[in-house]
Ligand binder design. Structure first.
Ligand code: HMG
Length: 498
């Protein structure tokens, strides 16, 4: 019987970034009335664990990032799109309320390739940061059932994590896309689609109402919901796999978490370890010493307090450094990329291990996916013997070098950052509607009765696009000849395909 899983993985991270240890920290420290910038720097670097956040340019959105990641995936692996059954997009920052973003992505790839690929299915899956994982599970099941009719399925996770300026979430923004090629007998990671542990809670921890570009989040509460939902999914996984704490822990080499910020992995590891360790001979004494023999009986705040103590224990630090730390490296330099963040953690593990000359073949990895609102999935995978064919060196972390070090990344100034954060609102086409479709004016200066609509257009890019997909313009016609108001036009800027 054949195995299924991730054959190859690629990502796209916007070239612009904000350095959170520079001007941003100086300005925010003054605004917060702190007596020294060092306090804020300590919180950002140690308490949250980030240093840089990727920021999309004006010509970029979640769809262009997804198309960039898929283009990289297929060119690096020499894949003919005619062999791909589906391109599933997992996103929570979609570009249209109706149309699947995957259709826009397909259109961009067709524009670049100069060919049509009409027989590819293009769904979009939305559930905060876990959408891509639901897409992955469904695509793997289709592969396993041999019902795709083609060799490959692609799942791409893409998002722009955006919170209000000056909010506690501001330092946990980021942007990027990760594309995964799924196949039979995969080179990178084997996964068992029949054994995903799942939990769902109907929650208000984090959401983004239709009218808002930024997420609304109850920060501290969102951490509690993450931990509790994840614990439930782990229990479900252990029931489904009939694994005991002892057998699961002894076979696990690495744990990969959804990473809204790197420090979250420490909170999550403390929750997983406090659930498993009291049942494992080697760790029972430590759990008892810390008052964690029966963690499920503790109230939420007491348990969190004891888990904070656990994170300081030498045994925790040792296990954390081996099993988790290498997967956090990229997140420090990129920030939260929402649905792709778990898979970026996987790339980080491989990239960091290659840098340290550590061989990962046959290692067992536990994936812990989470999306607010809220749902968690736990599943395991085994790294393949041929994984170095897919990710041979540490090209990924090298690609994050800044321009002064011969890299591609460019820092933005504080002014450019705030301008980019406001989005394209400055460049607006006021369009008179000839007949109203019941669309409200987005500009509060214009009364609804005059039937005008503001169509937001992309502003001039901070960095000139080169060999990339761009959002060219947003349609604003509503005439007898053409209706395209609000429709997004993308194009490839660069060399045509060979
Ligand atoms: P906050 O209130 O600004 O931070 O919010 P804080 O005061 O709690 O400080 C954070 C940590 O820094 C604390 O550590 C401080 O002690 C420490 P802890 O007490 O927890 O161990 N600290 C310092 N450490 C060293 N030196 C210093 C220093 N000062 C303080 N000088 C929060 C933090 C994460 C809540 C905020 O950034 C936020 O709201 N972020 C957005 C929401 C979020 O990321 N939630 C995570 C779980 S939900 C999730 O992951 C889903 C999500 O990705 C969305 C989706 O699914 O779609 C968000």
């Amino acid at each position: 019987m054949f195995k299924v899983g991730i054959d190859s993985i690629s990502s796209y991270i916007p070239k612009l970034y904000l350095d959170l240890t520079g001007k941003w920290a100086e300005v925010r420290a003054v605004e917060q009335g702190l007596d020294s910038v060092e306090k804020l720097l300590g919180k950002i670097k140690k308490g949250i664990g980030v240093e840089k956040m990727a920021i999309p340019d004006f010509h970029e959105d979640s769809a262009t990032m997804a198309a960039m990641a898929v283009k990289k995936l297929i060119t690096e692996n020499d894949i003919d799109l005619n062999d791909v059954a589906t391109i599933t997009v997992g996103t929570e920052t979609t570009v249209d309320q109706s149309k699947s973003m995957a259709a826009y992505v397909l259109g961009m790839l067709e524009d670049w390739a100069g060919k049509r690929y009409t027989h590819i299915g293009c769904p979009q899956v939305q559930f905060a940061c876990i959408g891509a994982t639901y897409g992955l599970e469904a695509s793997l099941n289709a592969l396993k059932a041999d019902s795709l009719g083609k060799k490959y399925a692609i799942v791409v996770a893409t998002d722009i994590a955006k919170y209000s300026l000056r909010s506690p979430g501001e330092c946990t923004q980021g942007a990027g896309a990760v594309a995964m090629l799924l196949s039979k007998n995969p080179r990178l990671i084997e996964l068992d689609p029949a054994l995903f542990g799942t939990a769902t809670f109907n929650e208000r921890d984090f959401y983004r109402p239709n009218y808002s570009k930024s997420a609304v989040v109850d920060g501290k509460y969102s951490i509690d919901v993450y931990l509790e939902c994840m614990e439930e999914a782990l229990k479900n996984y252990m029931e489904r796999t009939s694994e005991s704490a002892e057998s699961l822990y002894s076979k696990l080499d690495h744990l990969l978490f959804h990473l809204p910020f790197p420090r979250m992995a420490e909170y999550a590891a403390a929750r997983i370890f406090s659930t498993l360790w009291p049942k494992i001979e080697r760790f029972k004494a430590v759990a008892k010493e810390l008052g964690l023999s029966n963690p499920a009986n503790l109230v939420r705040s007491d348990r969190k307090g004891l888990e904070r103590d656990l994170t300081k224990h030498p045994l925790f630090r040792e296990e954390f450094s081996q099993k988790i730390l290498p997967s956090l490296v990229l997140s420090r330099d990129i920030g939260n990329i929402y649905s792709g963040s778990l898979y970026l953690a996987c790339m980080s593990l491989i990239d960091s291990s290659n840098r340290e000359n550590v061989d990962l073949s046959n290692r067992e990895v536990l994936f812990i996916s989470y999306g607010s609102g809220a749902s968690a999935k736990v599943f395991s995978g085994k790294i393949g013997k041929l994984y170095k064919e897919v990710m041979p060196g540490y090209a990924f972390s090298d690609s994050l070098r800044v321009r002064e070090e011969d890299g591609l990344r460019t820092p933005v100034s504080m002014e450019q950052y705030e301008l980019l954060h406001r989005g394209s609102e400055i460049s607006v086409v006021e369009q008179k509607l000839e007949n109203s479709f019941g669309v409200a004016s987005l500009n509060p200066q214009i009364p609804l009765s005059s039937k005008f609509i503001s169509v937001l257009q992309p502003k001039e890019s901070i960095q000139k696009p080169e060999n990339e997909f761009v959002l060219e313009r947003v349609g604003c016609s509503e005439s007898k000849e053409i209706v395209d108001i609000g429709y997004r036009y993308y194009k490839w800027v660069g060399e045509p395909v060979d």
